[in-house]
Write a protein that binds this ligand. Structure first.
Ligand code: MBD
Ligand code: FE
Length: 309
């Protein structure tokens, strides 16, 4: 086997002791801090791979050690040579990007809004906790959806909040478009209990093309655009003293999640339906909390629509 490119470091192909790196990593004892164990283990793995892939010799290695020692010896309260080295290798900038990305992802937000669309109807039937909005479709993907409505600022559950929900049948039609469905099918209004919880049965939604028999369809055709909306469920969440949220949730598995004809998808509204076992009423389950901003707290954000008390 010839000594050539960077593949020498891979475990299978290596000409060097295949057990060596694992032995070093596994020397870490059980009482080591788990994060430290992860970091040092990963560092050893990458360093060893680097040394093998580049077939670093002892002369090269000692030159690097000497450079690190000189950087340390030169550093003091007025001079930080170690950091300067890390900066010119891009490492501090990369950690900066990682840190700010994690912070942005972790930051809690009120429930994001999404467009109302043309198919909301007022006065959908009021249902009791745990009821189903589905009439018919025994073989469809019935889903238990549940969660809480929370005050965004305090995290407190909101009692008697209204969850107004509507979605299409598996044929992609809202009941108002479909003479085959009973009036107000797949629409309903639920109210949270004292613990802020709601619970209902609906269907796992289906992607569908928006109606193409009018000017909207005509324009899509002229623009060479497709008519598909990703599978979604609509909601209006409202509660006394809170700004209502008009929104939609989207099924992550949908092929149109990245090219919604109505451009409404936001990452925080993309959900994963979980399979549900042992429930004759539902094959899937979805837990989702809605977070509302109170008019009181909204004043401090300059929230549009916040009433001045
Ligand atoms: C829909 O079902 C919808 O939700 C939107 C926003 C546009 C067209 C059809
Ligand atoms: Fe819709």
């Amino acid at each position: 086997m010839s000594k050539t490119n960077g593949t020498n470091g891979t475990a299978a192909a290596s000409r060097f002791d295949p057990n060596f790196t694992a032995a070093v990593i596994n020397a870490t004892g059980p009482k080591a801090n788990p994060r430290l164990k992860q970091l040092v283990g990963g560092l050893v793995q990458h360093l060893h791979d680097f040394l093998r892939e580049n077939e670093v010799t002892l002369d090269e290695y000692f030159a690097a050690i000497d450079m690190i020692n000189r950087a340390g010896q030169m550093s003091n309260a007025k001079r930080n040579e170690g950091q300067l080295l890390s900066d010119i290798l891009g490492m501090e900038s990369l950690c900066d990007e990682i840190t700010s990305t994690l912070a942005a992802e972790a930051a809690d937000q009120p429930t994001a809004t999404a467009i109302l669309g043309p198919f909301w109807r007022k006065d959908a039937p009021a249902y009791a906790m745990g009821d189903s909005i589905v009439k018919g479709f025994p073989d469809a993907d019935h889903t238990l959806m549940h969660g809480r409505v929370l005050d965004f600022d305090t995290g407190t559950p909101i009692a008697n909040a209204e969850v107004d929900i509507w979605h299409t049948a598996p044929n992609g039609l809202y009941e108002s478009q479909d003479p085959e469905q009973p009036d107000m099918n797949l629409r309903g209004r639920f109210h949270t209990g004292p613990d802020g919880r709601y619970s209902l049965y609906c269907l796992r939604p289906t992607k569908y093309p928006i109606p193409d028999d009018g000017p909207a369809g005509e324009l899509l055709g002229l623009l060479d655009r497709h008519p598909w909306r990703p599978a979604h469920i609509h909601f209006i969440i409202s509660a006394e003293g809170y700004k209502s949220v008009v929104t939609q949730i989207f099924d992550r598995r949908d092929e149109h999640i990245t090219d919604d004809v109505a451009f409404a998808v936001k990452e925080s509204l993309v959900v994963d339906f979980a399979p549900r076992q042992g429930d004759p009423k539902g094959k899937f389950e979805l837990e989702y909390d809605f977070k509302l901003v109170s008019f009181e707290a909204g004043k401090k954000y300059g929230m549009p629509g916040a009433k001045n008390a």
